[in-house]
Ligand binder design. Structure first.
Ligand SMILES: NC(=O)c1ccc[n+]([C@@H]2O[C@H](COP(=O)([O-])OP(=O)(O)OC[C@H]3O[C@@H](n4cnc5c(N)ncnc54)[C@H](O)[C@@H]3O)[C@@H](O)[C@H]2O)c1
Length: 335
């Protein structure tokens, strides 16, 4: 079984990916400092996969801790999820974001090099495209200056990997992952007030939050609300298995490859809200507020390169995402 280091594997996308890796016959080694996750995730993973994954509590900015993981397991590849991801917080605490996201990446890469590990899958983000002029965006769409320190950590992370061809990199630009495992045993667990739309929607519907504020209904979009490309977190998780296989098996590839991961479907905030209410039969209290600084008008992917080269395509519908997100929220409330 191939051992795969999964930094940040206790988090939202990481935990779903760990399940898919175990089901696909890989041996994930989770390395996470739990700054935005909880060990309860391990129980959920174990119930789905039938056994507990390997978990080591540690920080990617700590080279000695990283060395001890590479010494303990015969790791062949790494998937690097570990990062701080709140855009607004990155504006107020930029150094913390650069230290964690860039410092952590550099320490990880140095440790990989010390232990002769070359394959890495890097979690990038659609945020690197900023306010792109033409939709949908392809991987060739030029990257404008980042809109936040968080966005710059993703652009810089990509650049660092691109500059060093020792590393065999698949860089994945995620659009907007939502939903949860269909069992409801793992899902998104935002600590504090959610920054993202979907967890706020489910918490507002469950009566745990005040009415949801829709940030702006005066955008130049069909219904005036911002437009994004939502994809099911299980589809996203499966893309990581495809990326590892691509690194192992593709005969024609460059040292650095980048792929958009989205559905290619543009969905507005209002459309998502109405779909949630229809699918789950529950109202979402909401009101219209001002635009939020840093939010772009619209952003959706052309995901065809991932289909051509990774053999990956998002299969699940918006209804699936919203049903699974609500199922997970209900489980949390009833725990
Ligand atoms: N969720 C999204 O909408 C989204 C979109 C685009 C890109 N991404 C990127 O995907 C990755 C995973 O995102 P997520 O939504 O699962 O986030 P998450 O916060 O749920 O998971 C990140 C995990 O990394 C851990 N972590 C953070 N810093 C660490 C450190 N220094 N050492 C060890 N562990 C550390 C956290 O404890 C957490 O468990 C991140 O790199 C994020 O920037 C997420």
């Amino acid at each position: 079984m191939q051992h795969v280091l999964v930094t940040g594997g206790m988090g939202f996308i990481g935990s779903h990916t760990v399940v898919c890796l175990m089901e696909a016959g890989f041996e994930p080694v989770i390395f996470d400092n739990l700054c935005n996750s909880d060990t309860k995730v391990l129980e959920g993973i174990a119930r789905i996969a039938g056994r507990s994954p390997i978990f080591i509590q540690g920080d990617v900015t700590d080279s000695a801790q990283l060395d001890s993981v590479f010494e303990a397991y015969p790791i062949r590849s790494a998937i690097h999820f570990a990062a701080l991801k709140a855009v607004g917080e990155s504006v107020s605490q930029p150094l913390r974001y650069y230290r964690n996201n860039i410092g952590g990446l550099l320490e990880l890469l140095a440790a990989m090099q010390r232990h002769s590990v070359q394959n890495i899958v890097f979690s990038s983000s659609a945020t690197v495209y900023g306010e792109a002029e033409k939709m949908p965006v392809t991987e060739d769409t030029p990257l404008p200056p980042a809109l936040s320190p968080y966005g710059s950590t993703k652009q810089m992370g990509e650049r660092i990997l691109q500059d060093d061809p020792y590393f065999q990199t698949v860089c994945l630009r995620y659009f907007n992952p939502i939903g949860a495992h269909p069992s409801g045993l793992i899902g998104e667990l935002p600590l504090g007030i959610p920054n993202n739309l979907a967890p706020y929607v489910t918490q507002a519907a469950a009566g745990l939050r005040e009415a949801l504020t829709v940030f702006g209904d005066d955008y130049p979009t069909p219904d005036g609300t911002a437009v994004r490309d939502y994809l099911h977190v299980m589809d996203l998780a499966e893309a990581h298995v495809a990326a590892l296989r691509f690194l192992d098996e593709a005969t024609e590839r460059s040292a650095f490859e980048v792929f958009n991961l989205g559905t290619g479907r543009a969905v507005s905030v209002k459309e998502l809200l109405h779909a949630f209410e229809r699918v789950n039969g529950i109202p979402v209290p909401h009101r219209i507020g001002a635009r939020r600084q840093g939010d772009v008008t619209e952003l959706w992917a052309n995901p065809s390169l991932a289909e051509q080269r990774l053999g990956w395509k998002a299969e699940r519908s918006l209804d699936d995402m919203l049903r699974d997100a609500w199922n997970w929220q209900l489980r949390l409330v009833n725990q």
